[in-house]
Design a protein around this ligand. Structure first.
Ligand SMILES: NCc1[nH]cc(CCC(=O)O)c1CC(=O)O
Length: 304
């Protein structure tokens, strides 16, 4: 009966690092587990920006199917890559304590910041926030896993490239010239690792409660509720960042046009006891302030 649990994961170094963290956490609880690495569409198609692939869940679909087929027992995801709506039959069983939530500029010197510059990213959210702050700069597309992107930065005459701090830290790549961008609002759930399982496995759900981090689970739920209410997928120019200090919930949300010309920003505090539906409420405020028009524009541009 006690076969090791099969942990489905993408086969990138970062994904494997994260899946190993889950494996170690389970083994600390006396639960044996092994990794089952799988390739995702998002890892196979590397010559297009993510938002042009035209499907959601490019990083998660293969693992969803493996879960539904019973080929794996749990799937480990970077939570920010997960669509806000899980497929039928699957459930979010746990969220590990969040790592560094920030974005980072890896650069070759910062003189270009006050001048013209070329910055590489495949993320509309990073592009839009960068152009809002540095309207004279140019964005060039950059895809691939973290190591590939760092290599491309070395090989090209770009001034910098944008990354998630958590990804760099987890791969011990934080030695290069880099600046943490505290002003940039991270993707909803950036830095968090999620465990998804089949709804048919309630005893596994109970066991996984032991690795769930309460504050991270609350904050990422609110951030994703904000994203879902705006109807933005994981590739939309939307940032959201929640944190908990004592009994207070802090929230920052942003919606931009992809060119960074328009930006709607919200910064709020609320009692932690009143967090039910709060992500939805914040999103509706943004929609009323003109966000609905920006979302229309984005959807038209992305051809949805
Ligand atoms: N989109 C790819 C991706 N998915 C998760 C991470 C890093 C970990 C995280 O942000 O949670 C990254 C790399 C990046 O955005 O630079």
């Amino acid at each position: 009966m006690n076969k090791p649990l099969r942990i489905g994961t993408r086969d990138s170094k970062l994904a494997l690092w994260q899946a190993n963290l889950v494996k170690d956490s389970l083994e600390d609880l006396g639960i044996e587990a092994r990794l089952v690495p799988t390739k995702s569409i998002g890892d196979i198609i590397l010559d297009k920006p993510l938002y042009e692939l035209g499907v959601t869940g490019v990083f998660t679909k293969a693992l969803d199917i493996a879960l539904l087929n019973g080929d794996i027992d749990l799937a480990v995801h970077s939570m920010k890559d997960m669509p806000t709506q899980l497929p039928h039959g699957l459930t979010l069983a746990a969220v590990l304590e969040r790592g560094n939530p920030h974005d980072v500029l890896v650069h070759k010197g910062l003189d270009f910041l006050n001048d013209s510059g070329i910055v590489a990213t495949g993320s509309l959210r990073r592009q839009a926030q960068w152009l809002y702050r540095y309207p004279k700069h140019e964005i060039t597309d950059l895809r691939g896993n973290v190591q590939t992107r760092l290599q491309k930065l070395q090989d090209n005459a770009w001034d910098g490239a944008l990354f998630a701090a958590a990804g760099l830290e987890r791969l011990s790549l934080e030695l290069q010239q880099q600046t943490v961008l505290e002003w940039m609002i991270p993707a909803p759930a950036q830095g968090a690792i999620a465990i998804v399982i089949s709804k048919k496995d309630p005893s596994l759900a109970t066991a996984l409660q032991q690795v769930n981090h309460r504050d991270t689970a609350i904050c990422t739920r609110i951030e994703r509720e904000f994203l879902r209410t705006l109807e933005g997928g994981c590739s939309a120019p939307i940032g959201a960042s929640a944190s908990i200090e004592g009994d207070t919930l802090h929230f920052r949300g942003v919606l931009l046009s992809p060119d960074g010309q328009q930006r709607l920003y919200l910064s709020k505090e609320s009692p932690l006891s009143a967090q039910e539906g709060i992500g939805k409420g914040y999103a509706r405020e943004i929609l009323k302030q003109g966000g609905a028009e920006i979302m229309q524009l984005i959807k038209a541009q992305l051809g949805k």
